[in-house]
Each structure stands twice: as structure tokens, then as C-alpha cells.
Write a protein that binds this ligand. Structure first.
Ligand code: DX5
Ligand code: ZN
Length: 219
């Protein structure tokens, strides 16, 4: 499968959100990556339902919602109603992860689990078969514009090998510090969805940066 590019809306200009949404609509990007932060699970607060409603009104591509919140079960129905196509919860935030994944699927969404940089991929062994996607955090979650953590490459490769046994169509998304300098190595390791915030919205031409990330070979 050709890899997917998911620009992170966190790095958009919120005073010109509609303009940035239209830019993504008309670009070669595949998804909108939507970072929801609660100020508890991560030391930052981003945005919630009103902004999601605005996004959903104009976005013509799937909303890939990354929940950096405690107690996500409480809000799954609302995120589904707000237009999420994929909902990703953090492993570290879910005591009953299997139940949470079931709830996401029951709400009609695809389900993902995100791992913080310190969380081993081996912990996913008994849930992997139930997942549509795993999100490998390649920075500590909370902020855009941070530096990529190189060990993420080992985690992707290990996860891809695990998935080959039980869930070969698993999407592996990577998030944090991604740009044209490391995209190829991430794809080669086995990732197939690249999130990028700063690299895209900080580029002279975001559209051209999206095209460049999409063109990376990965073989
Ligand atoms: C970080 C978020 C990321 C962030 C990525 O907690 O999950 O999606 O926006 O931004 P960059 O690509 O700038 O590292
Ligand atoms: Zn994210």
C-alpha cells in the first residue's frame, strides 16, 4: 500500500483555519490529523468539540483523531458524532483497553492505540488483532515542533514483525518530529502513515512539502 500523509492540524493557523483546511483538501494529503489534549494526560491543552465541528464542516478527507486525554471512554460517542473516522487512544490512558477499542468500533470508527516513547510495543501482543492502527509516538506527546526520537525506528520494525503474524493490514502511524529527512527510513522500517505538523505548516509551500512527503519511496 502507498503510504498516507496526515498533516497535523495542531500546527495550522487557527486564525485562518478554513484557509488551512482548504489547503489540505486540495493537496495530496490523505487525512487530517487532529490532536486533542486535555492538560492532564499531557502538559498542554489544544482544542475540543467546537473546533472539531468547524473542521468537520470543511474537511473533505478523513479526520484522524489522536486523543491525548485521560478517560477517553467518556467521550468516544461524541468524537464519533463530531466526525472522527479513526479514533486513537493512548495505551497509557486506558485501564480497560479492550473495552475501549470495542466502544470505538461500536461507535462506527476505526480504532487505534498510541504508544508513548517509553512504552514497549510488546505490550500490544494480545490486542493487536483487534486494532486498525497503532500510533508510535516519536516525541513525548504534548507539543508540535519537537525533535524525533531515533529509537522509534526500532519500535516500528518490531511492531511490523509482530503484525505480520496476526494483523498484516495493520496501519502503523508515526507522529512527532517527522520531515523529509527521516520519512524514508520510517517507511522502510514498516510505517505507512506519516503525521507531520511543523514540517508542513512551517514550509514555504505546505502543498509542495505534502507532495514531497507523499513521493518518498520507502523501499
Ligand atoms: C504531539 C502531537 C503531534 C504534533 C506533531 O503531541 O501528537 O501530532 O502535532 O507535530 P510535529 O510534526 O511538528 O512534531
Ligand atoms: Zn498527534
Amino acid at each position: 500500500m502507498k503510504h498516507l500523509i496526515a498533516p497535523s492540524v495542531l500546527s495550522a493557523d487557527f486564525a485562518n483555519l478554513q484557509r488551512d483546511i482548504e489547503m489540505i483538501n486540495s493537496s495530496g494529503a490523505d487525512w487530517f490529523h487532529v490532536d486533542v489534549m486535555d492538560g492532564v494526560f499531557v502538559p498542554n491543552i489544544s482544542f475540543g468539540f467546537p473546533v472539531l465541528a468547524a473542521l468537520n464542516k470543511y474537511a473533505k478527507k478523513p479526520l484522524d483523531v489522536h486523543l491525548m486525554i485521560v478517560n477517553p471512554d467518556q467521550y468516544i460517542e461524541r468524537f464519533a458524532a463530531a466526525g472522527a473516522e479513526l479514533i486513537t487512544v493512548h495505551y497509557e490512558a486506558c485501564t480497560h483497553l479492550h473495552r475501549t477499542i470495542q466502544a470505538i468500533h461500536s461507535a462506527g470508527c476505526k480504532a487505534g492505540v498510541a504508544l508513548n516513547p517509553h512504552t514497549p510495543v510488546a505490550l500490544l501482543k494480545d490486542i493487536l488483532v483487534d486494532l486498525d492502527m497503532v500510533l508510535i509516538m516519536s516525541v513525548n506527546p504534548g507539543f508540535g515542533g519537537q525533535q524525533f526520537i531515533p529509537n522509534s525506528l526500532n519500535k516500528i520494525a518490531e511492531l511490523r514483525a509482530m503484525a505480520a503474524q496476526v494483523n498484516p493490514t495493520l496501519l502503523i502511524e508515526v507522529d512527532g518530529g517527522i520531515g523529509i529527512h527521516n520519512a524514508d527510513s520510517l517507511l522502510q522500517a514498516g510505517a505507512n502513515v506519516l503525521v507531520a505538523g511543523n514540517a508542513i505548516f512551517g514550509a514555504t509551500s505546505p502543498t509542495e512539502m505534502i507532495a514531497a512527503l507523499k513521493q518518498v519511496d520507502g523501499r
